[in-house]
Structure formats: C-alpha cells, structure tokens
Design a protein around this ligand. Structure first.
Ligand SMILES: C[S@@+](CC[C@H](N)C(=O)[O-])C[C@H]1O[C@@H](n2cnc3c(N)ncnc32)[C@H](O)[C@@H]1O
Length: 208
C-alpha cells in the first residue's frame, strides 16, 4: 500500500507534503525494526491504519496556524506526526512516558524536517503548558484520561469547536462514555473513509 490513499481523502495535500508522507513507510520500517512502535503485522498497512487513521482527526477539526496541540501517549508519533505534516503551521507537542518511543518520534521528525514538532519524554500529568487541543489514540479510558489533561486548555478558543480533547477510539463506547460522566460528541470515521478498518472507528470530542 502506498501513500496515495491519503490523496483520496485529502486532495489538498501539496506535492511537497505528498513526498514527505511517502517517506514514512521507509522511516517507520527502519525504526520499528529497532524499537517496536507499531505492531509488526501492521507495518504494511501503515498508511491506512496509522497515517490515515491519525488524519481522521483532521476531518473533524482543521487546526489553525499558531494553535498548540498536545498528543498524549504518542508512542511512535500517532496521531501527532501525520497531523503535524498536514498542518505545518500548527505547533505539536508529543509526549510519551517511554523514552525510547520519543527517540523514534525525534528521529522521524528530524528526518522529515518537521520543525513544528516538539517531543518530550514525560507523563501527560507532568506537562504544565496550555494547549488549544489535546489529541490521543489508544492510551487509556476516558475517565482516567480526562483528569490528566483537565486544566491544560487555553481559555480563549478560536476554532469551530471550543478547545478540548479529540480522541481516536474504536468499538462500542457506550459504557466508557457513561463511566466518564462527560458530555461527548462522537464523529464516526466511516462517514469519511470507506475502508472497512474505519467501520467502528470514531473521533470523540470532549470540551476542555
Ligand atoms: C498503545 S500505545 C499507543 C501509542 C500511539 N498513540 C498510537 O496510537 O500508536 C499507548 C502509549 O501511551 C503511553 N502512555 C501511557 N500512559 C501515559 C501517560 N500518563 N503519559 C504519557 N504517555 C503515556 C505509553 O507509554 C504508550 O506508548
């Protein structure tokens, strides 16, 4: 599979961005062989299951130039790296509590020349900055996640939704949402992407 699937859903991607996205397969194949950040069976499906999935957040929210976005538990850089590539004028701070994963993020960002990415080896709870949005995928249940990031949102909102969390989730979320006791907006990725992988995938929005 090639990065062409991205153009199918994001035709506005420039040739320079397209070339940058095209390099991800080689970079992640190299780094994943040393430090496991993507399930090995998934590496051939990188563009669908990791890159396009990350960009699902962009179908809900177009980040603005100068906005600050925190990616909590980024692992090897998902969803933060693909979003930083799509929104080069937005600042992305990627954090993970495992240092070697942050090494992969730094290596990939440096190889791609992404100067809007900062990566920190830290627990989300330790980050003191303020952000417009927090993004995440596959880290923990919403009821545990929300307290980590509560209080990290800038007071002034400038985008189409107030500052808040955009979390990639899959499966039946009824119980998880009830347990969190939060007002949640759900966006189904099957409404944007036709591949079967997205059938049960959602972006969940929670106001900060
Ligand atoms: C299943 S991985 C998902 C990685 C990435 N978001 C993805 O979807 O490919 C979960 C990651 O969350 C990180 N993590 C868990 N709790 C964390 C915390 N409190 N602060 C920062 N990172 C955390 C773990 O180290 C791990 O890399």
């Amino acid at each position: 599979m090639t990065s062409d699937i991205l153009l199918k859903y994001f035709p506005e991607i420039t040739p320079a961005q397209q070339a940058q996205f095209g390099r991800l397969q080689e970079l992640y194949t190299l780094w994943n062989s040393q430090i496991n950040v993507i399930s090995r069976k998934d590496i051939d499906l990188l563009y669908e299951r990791h890159v396009l999935h990350s960009l699902g957040i962009a179908k809900v929210m177009a980040f603005l130039p100068g906005e600050n976005v925190l990616d909590v538990g980024t692992g090897g850089g998902f969803p933060g790296i693909p979003l930083a590539m799509l929104f080069p004028d937005t600042n992305f701070h990627l954090v993970d509590s495992i240092g070697k994963k942050i090494k992969v993020v730094n290596e990939v960002a440096a190889a791609l020349g992404l100067n809007n990415v900062k990566a920190t080896h830290a627990r989300a709870e330790e980050i003191k900055q303020q952000f417009d949005f927090v993004v995440s995928r596959a880290v923990t249940q919403l009821k545990d996640f929300y307290p980590w990031v509560k209080g990290k949102f800038s007071k002034k909102s400038n985008n189409i939704l107030p500052n808040g969390i955009l979390y990639l989730k899959g499966g039946d979320l009824t119980q998880e949402i009830a347990d969190a006791g939060l007002a949640v907006q759900q966006y189904h990725l099957k409404n944007y992407f036709e591949e079967e992988f997205f059938e049960t995938k959602q972006v969940i929005y929670v106001k900060g």
